[in-house]
Structures are given as C-alpha cells and as structure tokens.
Design a protein around this ligand. Sequence first.
Ligand SMILES: [Zn+2]
Ligand SMILES: [Zn+2]
Length: 384
Amino acid sequence: MAKRDYYEVLGVEKTASAEEIKKAYRKKAIQFHPDKNPGDKQAEENFKEAAEAYDVLSDPQKRQRYDQFGHAGVGGASQGGGFGGMSMDDIFSQFGDIFGGHFGGFGGFSGFGGGSRGGRRVNRGSDLRVKVKLNLKEIATGVEKKIKVKKYVTCSKCHGSGAEDDHSSKTCETCHGSGVVTRVANTILGQMQTQTTCPTCGGEGKIITKKCSECNGEGIVRDDEVITINIPAGVAEGMQLSMSGKGNAARHGGINGDLLILIEEEPHPELIRDENDILYNLLLSVPQAALGGTVEVPTIDGKAKVKIEPGTQPGKVLRLRNKGLPSVNSYGTGDLLVNVSVYIPETLSASEKEIMNGLENSPNFQPKKSVKEKIFDKFRHMFD
Ligand SMILES: [Zn+2]
Ligand SMILES: [Zn+2]
C-alpha cells in the first residue's frame, strides 16, 4: 500500500502556511489521539500517519524536498505502512510545540528562546505575565479580551539598534562581527579549539559609538500596548495560555519574549463548575416536589425550564444535556446537572400545623424504605 500524500493526510492545500499546517495537525492529533480511541488500530495508524506528515511539512527544508521529490525526498520508503523512525514517544514530545504551554492552547512557536544564530548572540526579551478573569459565560463561548500591558517595546527612534544613527556603530574589532572568539589551547590530546562569546561586544558583533538618546542605547523603551487575546472556549482556572512574541522586546533588536496568560475564573453566584459539567442545587418546596410542575433553573447564558415529576425525591439529579461547558481541547460539551433538594418549613402557623397533623398518618405520607436506601447508595462511596 503506497503512502498517502502528506497534504492529503492533514487535509491542507499545497500552498498552506506553516500555521495552517500546524492547526490541521493539531486537529488530527486530537481526533485520533490514542487516549480517545482506546484499542482502535485504525485510529492509531491515522495518528501516526498525521504525525509523520506534520514532521515533514513543518520543517521548511524537508517540506521543500518532499514537494520536489515526494516521499523519496524525505527518506521515507514508498512502500507499506512502516513508520520511519518516529516512535510514539517522539510524537508525544512533538506535542509541546504543537499545543504549547500546559494544555492544548494556542499561539505560535515558543521553542525559539535565546538561541544563537551563526555564532552571534541574539537577545531574547523576557516573558510577560498577565492574569485574565473570566466568567462562566465567557468561558462557555470563548472570548476576545483587549488588555493594556506595560512592557518593553522596540525603540522607534533607533528601531532597536541602540545607536543614535547609521554612523553610530561599528563592527567589533575583537571578533570582526562574528560575536565569538576562538581560542587555541595546547592539551595532552593536542591542540583544542574552543569558541566563546566575544568579551568586547558581549556577542553582538557590534559596538555602539554613540548611544540612541531616546533609549539610552538599549534599543527598547517602556510603553503601553493594547493586546488582543483570543481565549478559546472551555478554559479553566489555573490554565496558562501563551502568545509567542507578545512579551517584552529584547535589547538591540533581538527576539521578543512571550505573553503568558493565566486564566482566573470568576465564581458564579448560583452555578458550580465541575470540569465541563455545571452543577445547580434546586430547592423545591414540599408541595412542588409532591405535586410536580415546571420550574426555572439558571443556566450559563440565561434560564431553562425544567419539568418536575409529581413525587420527585430529594437527591434526584436531572441532567440537561449540552448545557455545560465545551471541552477546551477536544470535542463535546458538558451537561447541567440539577440536584433536587426539598425545603422543609422551619416554622408553621397554627393552620399549617393543622394540615400537617392531618397528613401525618396519611398512608401516602409514610416514608418508603427504598427511598432512604437510594439516598444512602448515592453517598456510599464516601464510607467505603
Ligand atoms: Zn533608541
Ligand atoms: Zn566582538
């Protein structure tokens, strides 16, 4: 069986951008994830196939070779379902890049930090942390938040170079612009070459002769920036999202840090969140529980009518399907669980007492044993 075309596997066009490819893979990875498809061999094959396609198409060089030469260009055999060199562990380690941070969030490549490029050091700005408080309604739908942050931005006068003008910097004479110096040491094993960061320019390859007057040669200034954050539906308290490149700008035109967004959840006055389900405690009066009827319960986005059957017992749980929260990194929506409680009057008037006395020995008002047992069963796990 010949291998399928990688673009076809991910369901993207040949012209797809890196971000589109990443998005498409993320979707497939979630769809065919072994945790979601236990024991499903076909899903596992699809999962591996998508990982392999992404491994090639996410790497510009491999992608180019694949475009030119097909599967042969990327070393993959053109026959069979054999999976070239990528284990499940490899696939999962790729996930940090795909899903970023602590969960299947959003944002671009973040594994780019502080690296060196051709020996010359590239500064990286520090990450910026913000907290975003959301109510249940915002969590249910996802929300766009605009927040103002104080951060380092690139100096507009020198465009980050830190030099006053084009003539205010020169190539470092110690390293001739490479940012590194090579030392040769004589050891018992012979001559050893070691490369270290140039001490004169600190690895930047350039010396500023006249500092920019706006940023004092740093290349960055403090400023306010309004950042638009798209928060996906279904996030929860404590989750952290990241937006690459939206953190602090780096000195001398380096790479921006990331913006890290910590999610906080505003408690709802009546509803309690339990993962993707929402819990509500419905308090009925004795006549309501006995006679039945229709009552209103609060939902995330308004109210819902719930039918109460005559003789409804306290402890009964009514399930309103899909009235919960969507799952943040897979499909499906939670439910609204309405726990029925019955309010027993704490004080009674003389006439109410009379009615109650009349009912006390009425056969229908005698508790049935099965009801008690049912309630006990519900909590039995607490005693085991
Ligand atoms: Zn400047
Ligand atoms: Zn130097």
